[in-house]
Design a protein around this ligand. Structure first.
Ligand code: ATP
Ligand code: MG
Length: 352
């Protein structure tokens, strides 16, 4: 039994390591080939995960994409912009009205620094939400610069994170507007179903209007098919239709319907921590690679990519060999780490 557990841990760790290496080798190959700087030290790219349609996989995508960036040793911040707070609970944080949250950021009652929480993954931070965020829609209705609140609040953190992922609510309300104004790009999860395109023109119109008035640089990062069953004829037809509609913007990676992705949030974990060998975890790691490969080259000096930070747990290698920077925390740290409040800037800047 004891040996069996160790063997399981070992397999998991090797699997995570292999995924790490392949992500990092892509980074290295890309930047070595181009002779350009790595994006490791660049200003963060802010990606809003948005679709006003409910239940299409926004939160699942936001959590698992952010976790996959962090697993590639890239400092990543996930911001829960939805009063449902599913990204917050999905990373293991219980409801707490006293905790500083995205509501306080929008209301100007706290700084982003004060709202940061550490998570189970060393390079993933969270700004949580709370259901009182729903009130911000009304409370800000007459406020000056109400659409710029989130952008301005996140500005001081942008050079500390290579990716900032914003999980939006299922509405084109002031909260989503704030996210789209704060974002460099929007990632649109869509379900491969008959009504997939329903409402999408409204979202594209909104993006167009935001470009015209509030955020001229807002790009479409991509459209990702979620809960996708590639064997179903209908799913294939929808995919062809989306290819015709979105062209290159349709991500090559599709996310299959996978029970582990649905189970992981109830354990307060990203899928790559809950079950790194699952198809769901693998698909989001692939999506992260695809998005990383799409990024424009940055201009800052290139720090060495650390290929030696292994995700091997202490039980396997001996606690003393466990790297202080290991990407997934060891078993004995799990749980308490998820509710630890942070974190002065000095502790955060691991790769910058
Ligand atoms: P909302 O619009 O309410 O914010 P959402 O767009 O954020 O919803 P999710 O909460 O991510 O959607 O997903 C809706 C439901 O589908 C959840 O129960 C989630 O666990 C499940 N789910 C999402 N993606 C998958 C998947 N690929 N495989 C299986 N279940 C999934
Ligand atoms: Mg959601």
């Amino acid at each position: 039994m004891f040996l069996r557990e160790h063997l399981d841990w070992f397999c998991t760790s090797i699997h995570l390591l292999a995924q790490h290496l392949s992500i990092e080798l892509i980074f290295e190959a890309k930047y070595a080939a181009s002779g350009s700087a790595s994006p490791y030290n660049s200003m963060g790219r802010v990606i809003a995960v948005a679709n006003q349609k409910g239940g299409v996989g926004k939160t699942t995508t936001a959590i698992n994409l952010a976790a996959s960036f962090a697993a590639a040793e890239v400092n990543t911040l996930l911001v829960d912009c939805d009063p449902q707070s599913n990204a917050t609970s999905g990373l293991g944080f219980v409801k707490d009205p006293e905790r500083v949250s995205s509501y306080h950021l929008l209301m100007g009652a706290a700084t982003a620094e004060e709202a940061l929480l550490t998570t189970e993954l060393d390079q993933l931070w969270l700004i949580p939400s709370h259901k009182n965020l729903i009130g911000a829609n009304l409370e800000l209705v007459d406020a000056d610069g109400r659409e710029f609140r989130l952008r301005d609040a996140l500005a001081p953190l942008r050079d500390r994170f290579q990716f900032v992922v914003l999980d939006c609510p299922p509405a084109l309300d002031l909260l989503t507007l704030n996210a789209l104004v704060a974002a460099d790009a929007v990632l649109i999860p869509m379900q491969g179903e008959y009504f997939a395109l329903e409402g999408i023109s409204e979202l594209l119109d909104t993006i167009e209007r935001i470009r015209g008035a509030l955020n001229p640089e807002l790009a479409i990062e991509g459209v990702v098919l979620t809960m996708f069953d590639k064997r179903a004829n209908l799913a294939q037809q929808v995919m062809t239709e989306l290819e015709n509609f979105f062209g290159e913007k349709l991500c090559r990676t599709t996310v299959p319907r996978n029970i582990r992705l649905a189970e992981a949030p109830s354990h307060g974990k990203a899928a790559l921590v809950y079950d790194p060998r699952s198809k769901g975890a693998e698909s989001y790691i692939k999506l992260a690679k695809e998005i990383i490969e799409r990024q424009p080259l940055a201009v800052s000096p290139q720090p060495a990519v650390n290929l030696t930070t292994l995700a091997v747990p202490a039980q396997v290698v001996g606690a003393e060999e466990q790297s202080a920077n290991s990407t997934v925390r060891t078993e004995e740290h799990k749980g308490d780490a998820a509710v630890e409040e942070i974190a002065p800037a000095a502790k955060m800047d691991k790769s910058a």
